[in-house]
Write a protein that binds this ligand. Structure first.
Ligand code: M6R
Length: 614
């Protein structure tokens, strides 16, 4: 989604904004722009372009006079279109009529139509179709010599979500930024400040950051930062030291971030297990849950809420809580949860799963859960993200930054954490120490299991290339392989644009089987586990309709060869672990299909890494 970078300091503002925006490209965007200030100018200089950051850079080179000393502050933006097409005019920054004020905005202003009508009646001229432009005009209207006061007054009129950064010719060296529902992070250095929507844009200059809370307004001047509330009182926010390096957001020799992140899975899973497994007691220690065994034993129901890949991880989690702990569990599409007035009984526990920790629908579900008195736990990857902070308890994935829009390592780590959580809950209930020990030992093998799938990469590539020209595909599975099938289909469609659908293997004959023929491959995760024979029956149904069948099967399982056209092998493991190696194989399959089709793998069309709008 949209990205914000703002810089105030003495270094090359334009260069810092462009490199910051480049770090935000992974979020997905369709246009970009910057606003700069040259000493003495009465108007800000704004350069915008539809397209990519390279296009913006070219426009900056063409449009910015070399002789002009741009200094002290600037703001930049990558836009993911919501209101209005991805054109140059709709790109941010947006300016006030007098061109003294420029604004970049992430989020959606829900009352923009009303505000726009009033502003037009007051004589403002609008240039774009965006909701965001109202903010620039409002700040100008509220301005009486104090930029912070003007921004504070302006945002009080907004309904919806915003993360904004504002500059004015009247305040050289100052950026005012504010947030409500859309993140703003402030990077601190001795004599400069970077304001951004995402740590990635900051970490090359400083690792010391402050995450703003909703309602915070920050005024940054060089190295000085003051945070105030909506009532203009000063507030104190702790700073955080980012614990990862800039090389973690580089490709490190891989063609794509997605491939790098697929390969990082053994290490990421190992990090998520380190220090948590207690083999002696057959349990797991997750201090961040802040729940006693008694608290856990009292939970009558688990509610898991998430979107996209995190939702499919949550589906696996549902099975875990039911299988290991005997707790009834539901997985909820987060957007639906919020709008259907869910019933949350006393002591119910909710788990919000979100890689980014910023997904608007998941955040809304968290707030609904908290409002209704549930104990809400977060499973997030991004440290300091809104969901992590608002839940205040849960587990971080510590998978390192995930840059590819297609989620890969986050899935494996989410499933690992959910297994850990369910074992921990299970041990307060019906899970015996001996079974717990077995499960803990199996979890400890997971990094090696993941690594073994990666060793099959070359074979998976050959199979992927064989089917890369197909226009439609199905993924089917049963039990733990059902969510794995759904995730396989999501991965394939989002990066290769091949139409792919995931179904329960038994569901195919209730309708979708009508679509099968020799041009429609069916991918079937079918490890050597209890449901295998039934799934083989479904594979035969597909082959009877001439569909090529690609099995994802257990190493050494020769029986399966008779029922499929191609086989991808994954290591033998316990049933609960199986979704992880299977999904890693599906990730590689999707990656190589997309590569063969010449797709833009890391930034698929229309998609955003962090979906901060409803
Ligand atoms: O950051 P989140 O985990 O909350 O994101 C949820 C989905 O937007 C995300 O998983 C999306 O489906 C990915 N593109 C899947 O690869």
């Amino acid at each position: 989604m949209c990205g914000i970078v703002g810089y105030t300091g003495q270094a090359d503002v334009g260069g810092i904004l462009v490199s910051g925006l480049r770090r935000l490209e992974y979020r997905g965007y369709d246009s970009a722009g910057v606003a700069l200030y040259a000493d003495g100018d009465s108007e800000l200089t704004v350069v915008k372009t539809s397209g990519k950051i390279v296009d913006l850079e070219a426009s900056m080179q063409a449009e910015l006079p070399e002789s002009k000393p741009f200094s002290s502050m600037g703001i930049g933006h990558t836009r993911w279109a919501t209101h209005g097409a991805p054109t140059q005019i709709n790109a941010h920054p947006h300016s006030s009529d007098n061109k003294e004020i420029a604004v970049v905005h992430n989020g959606i202003i829900e009352n923009y139509a009303d505000l726009k009508a009033h502003l037009i009646a007051d004589g403002c001229t609008f240039n774009s179709e965006t909701d965001s432009e109202v903010i620039a005009h409002l700040v100008q209207q509220c301005y009486q010599g104090d930029l912070r006061a003007a921004v504070t007054a302006a945002v009080k009129k907004l309904t919806g979500t915003y993360g904004i950064a504002v500059i004015s010719t009247k305040h050289p060296g100052t950026i005012v930024a504010a947030r409500s529902g859309s993140p703003i992070v402030v990077g601190l250095q001795d004599d400069e400040t970077i304001v951004a929507s995402d740590v990635s844009a900051i970490v090359s200059r400083t690792k010391q950051v402050i995450f703003l809370n909703d309602g915070d307004i920050v005024t940054a001047t060089g190295g000085d930062v003051e945070i105030t509330s909506m009532s203009s009182t000063t507030v104190t926010r702790e700073s955080t030291l980012i614990d990862w390096d800039v090389d973690e957001i580089e490709k490190g020799g891989y063609d794509h971030f997605m491939l790098k992140e697929i390969h990082e899975q053994p290490a990421a899973i190992a990090t998520g297990l380190r220090g948590r497994l207690d083999e002696t007691e057959g349990t797991v220690r997750l201090g961040g849950l802040r729940m006693t065994p008694m608290d856990m034993a009292r939970v009558p129901r688990m509610i898991l809420a998430a979107c996209g890949t995190s939702y499919y991880a949550g589906m696996v989690g549902k099975y875990y809580f039911e299988d290991f702990a005997g707790i009834p569990a539901d997985i909820q599409q987060a957007a639906e949860f919020r709008y259907r007035n869910p019933i949350i009984e006393p002591n119910a526990c909710m788990v919000a799963i979100s890689q980014s920790g910023e997904t608007a629908d998941t955040l809304a579900a968290v707030r609904e859960g908290l409002m209704k008195g549930a104990t809400v736990l977060g499973i997030c990857n991004v440290v300091g993200s809104t969901i992590a902070r608002e839940t205040g308890r849960g587990v971080y994935l510590h998978a390192g930054p995930e840059i590819g829009v297609a989620s890969t390592k986050a899935f494996s780590c989410q499933v690992t954490v959910l297994a850990e959580m369910a074992i921990m809950f299970g041990r307060t209930r019906r899970l015996s120490a001996s079974v717990g020990r077995e499960m803990v030992r199996e979890l400890a093998r997971l990094p090696d299991i993941a690594a073994a799938v990666l060793e099959r990469e070359a074979e998976i590539k050959v199979i992927a290339e064989k089917y890369a020209a197909a226009e439609d595909a199905f993924f089917i599975g049963r039990g733990y392989m059902f969510p794995a099938a759904l995730e396989g289909a999501l991965k394939l469609k989002e990066i290769s644009y091949m139409h792919a659908e995931g179904y329960h293997a038994a569901e195919l004959k209730h309708g979708p089987i009508a679509l099968l023929d020799e041009d429609v491959p069916v991918i079937v995760p079918v490890p050597d586990l209890p449901d295998k024979e039934k799934t083989i029956g479904n594979m035969q149904e597909c082959r009877a309709r001439k569909s090529p069948v690609i099995a994802i099967a257990t190493e050494g399982d020769k029986e399966i060869d008779a029922y499929c056209d191609d086989v991808i092998r994954v290591p033998r493991c316990q049933e609960f672990i199986a979704p992880i190696p299977v999904v890693i194989a599906e990730q590689l399959f999707a990656y190589y299909v997309a590569k063969a089709r010449g797709c833009e793998i890391d930034q698929p069309r229309n998609l955003a890494k962090s979906v901060t709008v409803e």
